[in-house]
Design a protein around this ligand. Structure first.
Ligand SMILES: Nc1ncnc2c1ncn2[C@@H]1O[C@H](COP(=O)(O)OP(=O)(O)OP(=O)(O)O)[C@@H](O)[C@H]1O
Length: 532
């Protein structure tokens, strides 16, 4: 049953992408692109089912031993299970991307678009403003980078080259990408640089906080980048100083849009929204129809969790905006105001509460995750973490705590027991943060103890275990923390270590997210499912 239910959550992603509108279905073809999506054959279904990672735990059985592998190796890759990865169309070229860009993608090992990429690329290429919602680790970054790179910079299409569009002799920045943390900003820069290649990597400039501002301004002046990626504070600062030529900017991307629209970023975001490119309908803007070549900026909003406040904001800024999900595209106007966005484009059933901002749908989470919780006293939490890591034989662990002060102590306790650990939080300098992440990526650090800073967007594909040592404040935070593992078809486990009086919070999260968080214990080097 477990296998079947997991499969049914994956299978729809491999079907045709539906583009829906009030007046009928929009198709890839109606957007000027091919719509040849392969459906899964019986054989492929079998393969898919075999590929799905499952731990079968019949309800009737308790104290079932789940895992007890204790090898001494610190690092072994958490391989991508390509059969369970959410791939839809067969190739990037089917999406109308320029050959140069497709070639570069192939060189970097990207051959098949994920479902959300297959849905988003045509919609963005057709100049629609979009809200892209799909679960963590499903490839949303390339979903917005690819259409931008096919219009901007050296990999752009022939038509753009002929029209003299793209960088050419323009001085204005053509795409501004905003991310809520330095780490995420730098990660996006690396992704763009990878595709541009070493010769053209100066066409992207990072504008993150914590780095030398004058150097960033100097690079802007000297290199005249086509794309800038940064955090709201630094972008707003440089823009206010008049050193960010974005009047003619064509794309504004808000990555982790729900976080960017939070109160703490409000002032900086207002500056960015007002000054980057021309808004449709604003003075000097052209036709409101996205299907005619527009001079106004195109706004692309992205997150795994999209509360209705984002939909409302996107409607007010957008030009016929669309909601793009892994297997469907709908006009934003058709999204009803009564709940968080789920995969059917309708409010989720768990949305009856008025606190819709705090509730993501189950589609925010990768399908390949196993969720557990275990109970212990506060003073034993770190020891429980250590036992959990051993029991699951996890190689790359992210453990979340709610208070920065606790992190150092936790690192000390783990190191004292011979487990390589490091802390990552906002009080550390940018350089220290980068060094720690590097060590974590290359396996020198096994357990990364961190706070909410690392919950959003960070792509550490090898991460095979996420542990909540402090409870997340709500289901949105749970979803983003959990999403650091199980990325793009990989297996992943999420364990919440809580005290007895906190169990009701876990139950609430379970209900809000419509998933099963099983009670467990760690005994004799094994994870043992216990009766709830
Ligand atoms: N088409 C593809 N083929 C293979 N790997 C891909 C493809 N697209 C993306 N990836 C890889 O998948 C991983 C996850 O992608 P990405 O970080 O964009 O996910 P995301 O949906 O933005 O996650 P989050 O919501 O956590 O920010 C990355 O390592 C990325 O390089």
């Amino acid at each position: 049953l477990r296998k079947v239910s997991q499969f049914t959550r994956i299978a729809p992603f491999r079907g045709n992408i539906r583009f829906l509108s009030d007046s009928g279905s929009l198709t890839l073809a109606s957007l000027g692109l091919k719509n040849e999506v392969k459906t899964v054959s019986g054989n492929e279904k079998n393969k898919l089912q075999q590929g799905v990672s499952t731990i079968e735990v019949p309800k009737s059985r308790v104290n079932k031993r789940v895992s007890g592998n204790k090898t001494g190796l610190v690092k072994e890759r958490n391989p991508v299970d390509i059969k369970t990865a959410p791939f839809a169309v067969e190739s990037f070229s089917e999406l109308g991307l320029p050959p140069l860009l497709v070639e570069r993608l192939e060189k970097e090992g990207f051959t098949v678009p994920t479902d959300v990429q297959a849905a988003a690329v045509p919609a963005v290429l057709k100049n629609h403003d979009v809200v892209i919602q799909s679960y963590t680790g499903s490839g949303k970054t390339l979903a917005y980078l690819l259409p931008i790179l096919s219009q901007v910079g050296p990999l752009r299409g022939e038509l753009e080259l002929l029209n003299g569009n793209g960088k050419g002799n323009k001085v204005d920045i053509e795409a501004v990408i905003v991310a809520p943390s330095r780490e995420l900003g730098m990660q996006i820069v690396r992704e763009v640089e990878k595709l541009l290649g070493p010769a053209d990597k100066k066409l992207v400039q990072q504008l993150v906080g914590g780095a030398n501002r004058s150097r960033q301004e100097e690079a802007l002046r000297k290199n005249k980048p086509a794309i800038v990626v940064g955090t709201p504070g630094r972008i707003a600062e440089i823009s206010a100083a008049g050193k960010l030529p974005t009047h003619g900017c064509r794309y504004l991307v808000l990555d982790e849009v729900d976080q960017l629209l939070a109160i703490n970023f409000r002032e900086d975001m207002q500056r960015i929204l007002d000054h980057v490119g021309r808004r449709p309908g604003a003075r000097g803007g052209e036709s409101n129809s996205p299907l005619v070549k527009r001079s106004a900026r195109q706004t692309i909003m992205v997150s795994a969790t999209v509360p209705f406040s984002v939909i409302r904001a996107a409607r007010s800024w957008g030009c016929d905006p669309l909601l793009v999900q892994a297997n469907k595209v709908v006009p934003l106007e058709s999204v009803p105001p009564s709940g968080p966005v789920n995969n059917s484009g309708t409010p989720s059933t768990a949305s009856s509460s008025s606190n819709i901002q705090a509730m993501p749908s189950v589609q925010s989470l990768p399908p390949n995750l196993q969720h557990y919780y275990t109970i212990t006293r506060i003073q034993h939490k770190i020891d429980m973490l250590r036992r959990c890591v051993h029991a699951l034989d996890a190689k790359c662990v992210i453990a979340f705590m709610n208070h920065t002060k606790q992190l150092k102590d936790a690192v000390f306790k783990l190191e004292a027991r011979g487990m390589k650990a490091a802390e990552l939080h906002g009080d550390l300098s940018k350089l220290v943060r980068s060094t720690i992440l590097k060590k974590f990526r290359n396996g020198e650090v096994r357990v990364l103890l961190t706070n909410e800073l690392s919950a959003r967007g960070l792509d550490l594909p090898e991460c095979d275990l996420v542990v909540n040592l402090g409870l997340p404040t709500d289901s949105v935070h749970y979803a983003h923390r959990a999403g650091r593992t199980g990325r793009l078809g990989r297996k992943g486990t999420v364990v919440t270590i809580c005290e007895e009086p906190e169990v009701f919070v876990v139950k609430k999260l379970q209900k809000q997210l419509s998933l099963s968080i099983q009670a467990c214990e760690f005994s004799e080097g094994n994870l043992v499912i216990t009766e709830d």
